[in-house]
Design a protein around this ligand. Structure first.
Ligand SMILES: [Zn+2]
Length: 108
């Protein structure tokens, strides 16, 4: 099945989405250093959610796919991003409907 341009698959849950919707982990060429977001090399994509992050870490999905060790700080950084995101989600979830309407009207 051909995949649309710029669409990628999560290496944990196999969900397909635009690459901008995923975290990208790159094994940079030629240094083999593993880093996030930027760089040329072999890359994998991961949903920005707790399930996929935990699965990736527990099963070493990223390391297996990239065939290299993934530094703990990669998971730490992604975990911190997750906390930042979920804080925002919880905030809007706990708002009442009127505030949500105002939020939507403001273009958020
Ligand atoms: Zn996923």
């Amino acid at each position: 099945m051909p995949m649309l341009p710029n669409y990628r698959r999560c290496l944990c849950c196999r969900k397909v989405d635009h690459k901008s919707a995923f975290w990208r982990v790159v094994r940079v060429f030629p240094s083999q250093q593993v880093q996030l977001d930027q760089g040329m090399g072999r890359s994998v994509y991961l949903c920005p959610n707790e399930n996929c992050l935990q699965l990736a870490q527990k099963k070493d999905r990223i390391g297996r796919s990239l065939k290299t060790a993934v530094p703990a700080e990669i998971y730490q950084t992604l975990g911190q991003r997750l906390v930042a995101n979920s804080t925002m989600v919880h905030h809007t979830d706990s708002d009442n409907a009127a505030q949500k309407t105002a939020f939507d009207a403001a273009g958020g």
